[in-house]
Design a binder for this molecule. Structure first.
Ligand code: HEC
Ligand code: HEC
Length: 378
């Protein structure tokens, strides 16, 4: 497990390698108004729980009222895949967040348990623990616990359809001896409630850490990328393309945070790193595992990475409102066919196949490990 200081070294490695991934400073600076790094808190951790983090990855931020425990993660994993958590008993979080697709659903717009279309595309849950805010466009939603209530209770559109049927859903869980025992192990003395459900799910989500892509192995293990991936990496971080202005740092995304509040992971926190649409500003999502999460953008309007890159190259900004960065980029850039191929090869080098197949993140019922629910691994 990396210590805070080895994590800082990793942060410095990011900014030393790529001039555009600015960072390596200690503490929030005054020119970063969008900074949302929470104060470090000493969160007590269950001795049976250990983070299994890839080299170079800091310990995720964990809110003080929901410390990690092995029993909680195990229960949260079970509930993430549990169709009893939908009004009609047919849907779970995993219906829209499938592991093989880096926890997206392969659709342009998500579809809820009653067949209603969501206005937006399901987001990847890769490294979701490190995000400073959740959903495409809600900077105020900063906790996974709060986020999880959304799909459970939303009525417009209906996702899991639990609103109005809370007692029925909770009764299904209360009626099952194994589930009751798992809740008791995770939350001793507390009743089964929506509050404990979302705390368990959030704890599981915080373990969804991906850091074994060819790009990580290049950064942290010194393993070579292919020539094409390497040329693509240079293009990605170039002044000409400027992708890393918004997709920066550890997650190649907008703002991130970690347990150590001074850890900025080469992050440049820039309010302009969000694009707007009818008054809504979209966060720059992580590009990790991007090759498996088509279709792309909040509305799933592009079906391939080539379309996304051509869109940027053409300077196309249909959803953009004024910002300095956007106007600087408005002209787009030209790209030869080989450069396009190289850039896409680099994006492909962000795929972590171990993560997509990691049995720790799979449906416990399918992998025959449901007994870990009662006896969490130590
Ligand atoms: C109907 C499909 C659907 C279901 C079911 C669903 N989600 Fe999502 N999820 C989405 C969509 C769509 C978004 C983007 C929402 C937005 O921006 O408005 C999303 C976003 C998220 C995000 C934000 C990711 C980020 O990087 O900001 C998290 C976390 C998440 N979902 C977790 C869950 C959990 C936990 C559950 C189960 C309690 C769940 N989802 C159930 C479709 C779904
Ligand atoms: C001005 C900030 C900014 C810059 C510069 C930028 N992006 Fe983005 N990127 C975003 C935002 C915001 C989104 C989400 C937009 C949406 O959903 O409408 C996004 C979405 C994407 C997506 C789709 C992600 C998904 O999960 O669907 C890809 C792929 C992508 N960008 C790649 C790139 C590449 C490659 C470059 C450089 C050529 C680049 N971006 C430059 C902000 C930026």
């Amino acid at each position: 497990m990396p210590t805070a200081s080895s994590s800082r070294v990793a942060a410095c490695a990011f900014s030393a390698l790529f001039s555009m991934a600015v960072g390596c400073v200690s503490g929030p600076s005054r020119d970063s108004p969008a900074q949302r790094i929470e104060p470090a808190t000493a969160v007590p951790t269950d001795p049976a729980f250990t983070w299994q983090l890839p080299t170079g990855f800091p310990e995720p931020y964990v809110p003080a009222n929901n410390p990690m425990s092995a029993a909680k993660v195990s229960l949260g994993r079970y509930l993430f895949y549990d169709t009893r958590l939908s009004g009609n008993g047919h849907f779970s979080c995993a219906s829209c967040h499938r592991q093989k697709l880096a926890f997206t659903d392969g659709r342009d717009r998500a579809m809820g348990s009653t067949g209603e279309l969501h206005p937006r595309s399901a987001m990847s849950l890769t490294n979701v623990a490190y995000s400073a805010s959740y959903n495409w466009a809600d900077p105020a939603l900063t906790l996974l616990e709060d986020q999880a209530l959304g799909p459970l209770l939303n009525r417009k559109p209906i996702e899991l359809g639990v609103a109005g049927r809370e007692d029925e859903v909770l009764d299904r869980l209360r009626a099952d001896v194994e589930t009751v025992a798992s809740f008791e192990a995770a939350f001793p003395g507390e009743p089964i409630s929506l509050a404990t459900i979302v705390r368990a799910i959030a704890a599981f989500e915080r373990t969804l850490v991906s850091g074994n892509s060819p790009y990580d192995r290049y950064l942290f293990w010194g393993e070579p990328l292919t020539d094409g991936e390497m040329r693509g990496l240079k293009l990605f971080f170039s002044e000409r393309l400027r992708c890393a202005e918004c997709h920066s740092g550890l997650n190649l995304s907008g703002p991130v945070r970690a347990a150590d509040a001074t850890f900025e992971i080469g992050e440049r926190v820039d309010p302009a790193a969000q694009r707007s649409d009818g008054g809504q500003r979209f966060k720059a999502p992580t590009l990790r595992n991007i090759a498996v999460t088509a279709p792309y953008m909040h509305d799933g309007r592009f079906s391939s990475l080539e379309e996304v890159v051509r869109f940027y190259a053409a300077g196309g900004r249909p959803v953009v409102r004024a910002s300095v960065l956007e106007s600087e980029l408005a002209g787009g850039f030209s790209l030869t066919d080989r450069e396009l191929e190289d850039l896409i090869a680099f994006l492909g080098a962000l795929t972590d196949h171990d993560f997509l197949g990691d049995p720790r993140f799979a449906d416990p019922r399918e992998s025959g490990q449901s007994d870990t629910l009662l006896a969490p691994p130590v």
